[in-house]
Write a protein of this length. Structure first.
Length: 48
C-alpha cells in the first residue's frame, strides 16, 4: 500500500497512482479472476 497514491482532481474524479516501473509490472504474473482464490500466492505482485 505504501506504493499507492490516491488523488482527486478538481472535478471529483478519483485516480490511483503508483511508482512501479513498467518493467516491474510486466515481470508480474497476470491476474486471473477465475483462479485467484486458489493461486493468490503466485498472482500477487511481489517486488524482488
Amino acid at each position: 500500500m505504501d506504493k499507492l497514491k490516491f488523488m482527486t482532481d478538481k472535478d471529483g474524479k478519483k485516480y490511483l497512482y503508483t511508482n512501479f516501473t513498467k518493467e516491474q509490472l510486466q515481470a508480474q504474473t497476470a491476474y486471473d479472476k477465475g483462479t485467484y482464490a486458489t493461486n493468490r500466492d503466485q498472482q500477487r505482485m511481489i517486488l524482488k
